[in-house]
Design a binder for this molecule. Structure first.
Ligand SMILES: *[C@@H]1O[C@H](CO)[C@@H](O)[C@H](O)[C@H]1NC(C)=O
Ligand SMILES: *[C@@H]1O[C@H](CO)[C@@H](O)[C@H](O)[C@H]1NC(C)=O
Ligand SMILES: *[C@@H]1O[C@H](CO)[C@@H](O)[C@H](O)[C@H]1NC(C)=O
Ligand SMILES: *[C@@H]1O[C@H](CO)[C@@H](O)[C@H](O)[C@H]1NC(C)=O
Ligand SMILES: *[C@@H]1O[C@H](CO)[C@@H](O)[C@H](O)[C@H]1NC(C)=O
Length: 357
């Protein structure tokens, strides 16, 4: 299921409600361009939600297509919406769904159309991303995610890999063993035995190599949604361990559950904490988050109480879930606090890791 992502996606996007090979004739072929027609692929009920190059009102859809044609190589797709019998909203877009994954949204009144292109036939392997080139009717295939790498080559070891994100390659650390592998490591923080806690570096998508130093967390506020669009994050995995207590929290989100979905929305900043937070014990035991075999935490045994601390901009790290109350069993990492199934400071010889796939 997961691995038919690209194929299914394209089928979903282009397979239905689609008029193949519709020819729209431009006024004539003599202008400063050579398109006399263009093949468009329709996607009804969808809009590519990016800033348009041009937003105009036109008489009909053909008119909008002609506007697109007049911007050969620049116009890559259009959004059209009928406003009345004689009036349409027309958005000329200088990019497409391939270069803006995650930006295609449902919109009942809008028809999104892309220029016919080689990627429509899904020429790349599963796990690869196809990017069309309209100027010479070609395409290129790109490594899509850690999960894509795992799919392409199941024996791939954990390590740094180049993954195509947001128009270029970024070096991601892929963890290839746990729970089927294909995880991207988002954060790695360790307090050594010396008990000198390193200051956390909240970095960007070009800085993942800093993970090696055990003091790096991706700035989730600025970059997680970009990563989500490109690697299609569906699950998070959280790990922490303290030598002093001998306890480990190791859990995975279950996004198909109500609370699992809530935690995802919370992490991505779409919702805030439930109004009863903090400490309202809003969740049931084990709901939304599942413990993995090496988890021996009190938190997991009694059940996670609450979603989100809600005070930090670094929601992925700073208490995305916890068990509150008199004896707090927290999962919480920030510059001041390093809780792992406890609320005891300071931490020494402890590790936190954050993964997504
Ligand atoms: C296109 O160009 C040709 C040759 O230059 C000319 O004969 C024809 O009338 C032009 N067509 C239009 C629609 O301008
Ligand atoms: C259009 O195509 C014709 C024939 O292929 C070519 O001679 C002409 O230079 C092209 N014009 C432009 C503006 O690309
Ligand atoms: C669409 O609009 C164009 C430009 O205004 C007009 O020339 C054409 O006749 C219209 N087509 C239809 C089918 O209404
Ligand atoms: C198409 O153009 C791109 C960029 O200009 C180039 O990298 C690619 O090799 C070309 N592909 C073909 C098939 O000519
Ligand atoms: C995480 O940091 C520790 C140092 O604290 C380092 O030994 C380990 O290799 C790092 N993990 C990765 C995947 O870079």
């Amino acid at each position: 299921m997961i691995f038919c992502y690209l194929l299914c996606y394209l089928q979903l996007v282009f397979g239905e409600g689609f008029s193949p090979n519709v020819r729209y004739h431009a006024p004539h072929a003599n202008a400063s361009f050579n398109y006399s027609y263009v093949n468009l692929k329709y996607l009804k009920g969808h809009k590519l939600d990016i800033t348009p190059l041009l937003a105009i009102t036109v008489r009909n859809r053909t008119h909008c297509v002609r506007k697109c044609l007049s911007k050969k190589y620049v116009c890559q797709s259009i959004n059209t919406e009928k406003v009345s019998e004689v009036s349409w909203d027309c958005e000329i877009l200088s990019s497409d769904v391939y270069n803006n994954p995650g930006k295609l949204i449902s919109h009942p009144e809008v028809v999104h159309s892309v220029l016919a292109n080689r990627c429509l036939k899904s020429p790349c392997k599963e796990g690869e991303r196809c990017i069309p080139d309209y100027t010479n009717d070609s395409y290129s295939c790109h490594v899509m995610s850690c999960l894509g790498i795992k799919r392409l080559e199941p024996n791939s070891p954990s390590g740094f890999y180049d993954v195509y994100i947001n128009g270029g390659y970024k070096k991601l650390y892929c963890e290839m063993e746990d729970e089927g592998g294909g995880w991207v490591l988002l954060g790695n923080y360790s307090v050594p035995a010396t008990n000198i806690r390193p200051r956390i570096i909240y970095g960007n998508l070009d800085q993942f190599e800093q993970l090696r130093n055990g003091d790096f967390l991706l700035d989730n506020k600025a970059y997680l949604s970009i990563l989500k669009d490109w690697i299609d994050i569906k699950e998070f995995r959280f790990y922490c361990h303290k030598v002093s207590t001998g306890r480990t929290i190791h859990v995975m989100t279950a996004p198909q559950t109500t609370w699992g979905a809530y935690i995802h929305d919370y992490i991505f900043g779409k919702v805030d904490t439930p109004s009863c937070n903090p400490n309202c014990e809003s969740k049931g035991v084990g709901e939304g988050i599942n413990a993995l075999p090496d988890d021996n935490s009190f938190m997991s045994s009694v059940g996670i109480g609450s979603v989100g601390w809600g005070l930090s901009e670094y929601r992925l790290y700073d208490g995305p879930f916890f068990r509150g109350g008199p004896n707090g069993y927290h999962f919480l990492l920030n510059q001041n606090r390093q809780d792992c199934d406890d609320e005891v400071q300071p931490a020494s010889q402890a590790t936190w890791r954050f993964y997504a796939r």
